[in-house]
Design a binder for this molecule. Structure first.
Ligand code: PRP
Ligand code: HPA
Ligand code: MG
Length: 179
């Protein structure tokens, strides 16, 4: 598994340091608001678990599973809801937790769904942002690291469901997905 990685972009320690900073910003902004924090499965599962430990205000959590990449390295352009939320979002302050924003299609779709369900506010925290690949305009409210235009894996992110358990984020060797 490790031999399929070309370069490590951010180590486990760098990721944890960044999450601490993000948690502090979110804690300050959401004082007294009891936000509903939504994890976008599967990719954001690790980030969600580490982030909520760093948010120091009362909150609730829920999960939504969506997919648009399948076994490819480019978005299919069609976002499918595989699992919906368990609770209504009407009147709630929502924080969407994403591992990565690439084309922006997943998030623009989700924000639209949540706004149509009358959320009071919707903000986005993304650990990784790949602005070079955007096809729809979208800027997260809280960003961890900006990434180059490369397909990355680890810390929750997969290629064909593999590599999610790597503790760091790295560039996958192109021969792995082109072979
Ligand atoms: O900005 P975009 O181009 O839409 O890409 C970002 C989305 O793609 C990945 O999910 P994926 O659809 O691969 O599902 P997964 O989280 O189950 O891996 C990732 O976890 C984000 O949710
Ligand atoms: O670079 C990526 N890696 C894994 N999954 C992804 N989903 C969007 N971009 C990526
Ligand atoms: Mg994926």
């Amino acid at each position: 598994m490790y031999s399929d990685i070309q370069d490590i972009l951010y180590s486990e320690e760098q990721i944890q340091d960044k999450i601490k900073e993000l948690g502090e910003c979110i804690s300050a902004d959401y004082e007294g608001k009891n936000p509903l924090v939504i994890c976008v499965l599967k990719g954001a599962f690790m980030f969600m678990a580490d982030l909520v430990k760093r948010i120091a205000v009362p909150l609730e959590i829920d999960f939504m599973a969506v997919s648009s990449y399948g076994n490819a390295t480019k978005s299919s352009g069609v976002v499918k809801i595989i699992k919906d939320l368990d609770v209504p979002v009407e009147g709630r302050h929502i924080i969407i937790v994403e591992d990565i924003i690439d084309s922006g299609l997943t998030l623009s779709y989700l924000i639209d769904v949540l706004e149509r369900r009358n959320a009071l506010s919707v903000s986005v925290v993304a650990l990784f942002n790949k602005p070079a690949r955007r096809t729809v305009e979208l800027e997260p409210d809280y960003t961890g690291y900006v990434l180059p235009d490369e397909f990355v894996v680890g810390y929750g992110l997969d290629y064909a469901e593999k590599y999610r358990n790597l503790p760091f984020i790295g560039i996958l060797k192109p021969e792995v997905y082109s072979s």
